[in-house]
Design a protein around this ligand. Sequence first.
Ligand code: CDP
Ligand code: MG
Length: 737
Amino acid sequence: ALKRYRGASDLEQTWEESQIERARFSYGSKNKKQASDKDYPLVFENQIAFIKASVMDGDEFDDKKSHDETTTAAAAKATAALDDKLQEERKTLPIYQYRDAFLQAVKDHQVLIIVGETGSGKTTQIPQYLHEAGYTKRGKIGCTQPRRVAAMSVAARVAKEMGVRLGHEVGYAIRFEDCTSSNTVLKYMTDGLLLKEFGDQPDLAEYTVLVLDEAHERSLPTDMLFALVKDLARSRPDLKVLISSATLDAEKFSDFFDSAPVFKIPGRRFPVEINHTLAPEADYLDAAIVTALQIHTKEPPGDILMFLTGQEEIETAEQILKQRTRGFGTKIAELIICPIYAGLPTELQAKIFEPTPQGARKVVLATNIAETSVTIDGIKYVIDPGFCKKKSYNPKTRMDSLQVAPISKASANQRAGRSGRTGPGKCFRLYTASNYQDLEDNNVPEIQRTNLSNVVLILKSMGIDDLINFEFMDQPPPEALLQALELLYALSALNKNGLLTKVGKKMVGFPLDPMLSKMVVASDKYKCSEEIITIAAMLSVGNAIFYCPKDKRVHAQNAKISFHVGDVGDHIALLRVYNSWKENNFSRQWCYENYIQVRSMKTARDIRDQLEGLLEKAGIELTSNPNDVDAIKKCITSGFFPNIARLDKYGSYRTLKHPHTVHLHPGSGLAEVLPRWVVYHELVLTAKEYMRQVTEVKPAWLVEIAPHYYQMKDVDDPALKKMPRGVGRIGKELVCF
Ligand code: CDP
Ligand code: MG
């Protein structure tokens, strides 16, 4: 039977549509008219000066012939039918020439490292070649991706190339969504999901080949998989293991896998001219926008890819670009602005693949999702401010944070390379040549900069108890490991001997972070599992429930406030949003009227449905207790008691256990209330360290719920008497007294 959750079908359609659009685009861009750039007036004052630093040579771009060949091949393709065209397109990918050699190498070796430039066909072709060569006769081929969006889009693309329906022979599985069926032989999935499957079935008997893709990203689950798969390969000589990476530095992978051979796919990259600024830019966002306009008015046709750090920045850039191009009139070509970031609704994501109309230019505003996981055709110019958001874990404060930080040299080169995929390109770095020299060579693997509690719980559930001697490619910091163990112990998931408890076993059954799964498990005791799984589902959707269009800010704010009446806190507000939507028959219209994102709500519903099924498996009864708000809050506290903060006299907060100053997020419904004691879902570090998704708690609960973690003196310290008794306003200023 086709396993699929509600909502997956319209998702699939959007992706398929986007793939068709993309296919059309590759015709459209070929006959774009060369626009003259002479009559463009200067439309901005603060020009950015660049110096040409170097030309990054294409590996294989040695003769003009190869360029001509591609152009002719492309022109020939444009007249063929869609399916033929796709088959032809497959043959133009760099990997195609090495198909036989590759299959021979797989035959000869159990473990193989594959290295090839982004866009050379690794992700889409390797599983197909193996399928064509018969590796799916006895089982599946699994291919992992660190990013959900990549797993979904690649599966859609491969299904199209093979002429099958997505979810049948070719499918994908990501957390909360399984779009595969019993006849699926090519399964694209997130690395986290394969890790989970390892827990359920340690020999992964249904797979004949595992491809660990995007290995260079060194994401935490991929790193865990390296170790587990290496071990598995010893006991399953029939299993083929492929490690695929976009960086040329594959020695490390090879060393780790007992000197496994490296299969290099020579790239077909065109030269890229690298430009650096003469002096550092104070405001990189503004510099990026000015540069985009400079390119638009002065450079020959070709689309622009601008790397920004996140949704907010992308939206700001979009708005400013729209403003500044408004006055252009007819003399200057149209500039089409396309944002892409992970949380962007799927139907809008398709826009980046749409053909650029003749005479117009497209500027794609992307997070580093466009660095290696998503390939956008037609890019000729790259603008690289040199920053991205990086997750980091501070063992001192025990906090995970997402922070804007300089990229690595490896990332800078990847970014530049995006402009030279289909012809010679130009990269504009908004930093100096010496700034570039100061960048770190490579990204620090995630395992060394994140909270490890989730993977420790998974490893424990696999019976791997000696984590200190576990064979990681790069060791995690011992203190981070220790703290993960401590947290799991505090949550009662592990006992004193570090072994999984009954609670821990139940927690493993939920595809959630340990604190969330503990909260769900605790709902049994507080008889409010209905409400808690709704809250867990809404929190899992992330930060994309409320929608605030810039031109309707007041309306959107008022709609949001209506869910917070009574200062119930953000968790209960999320519960109210979901329940009202449900009462309104999951209506789309209701979402529009209340400035709620439909897509996020649908995702929340899918997640909720799945959690409901898992509750049953864990033997937790479905019970509802909607009027006992305290029971719900206590249940939240059961999972999140390590995240408690109390108000200080400056109107900011101090975390209770490992004291540290934090602030209420301005988006919180309690931002103006400032309760004395709060529990928070997460911390985000932007201008300040903010607590996001916050609910008021009573200090007495802490001793009641987590007596092993908090003692009376923690919540009743004489020093705490200095806490403000209340909060008021003088004019616009919030004051404590
Ligand atoms: O994995 P690698 O970066 O080596 O390449 P790939 O993802 O297999 O991409 C090969 C080709 O497929 C590229 O030309 C992409 O433009 C195309 N592709 C696509 O059209 N749609 C996708 N969702 C993924 C790839
Ligand atoms: Mg790839």
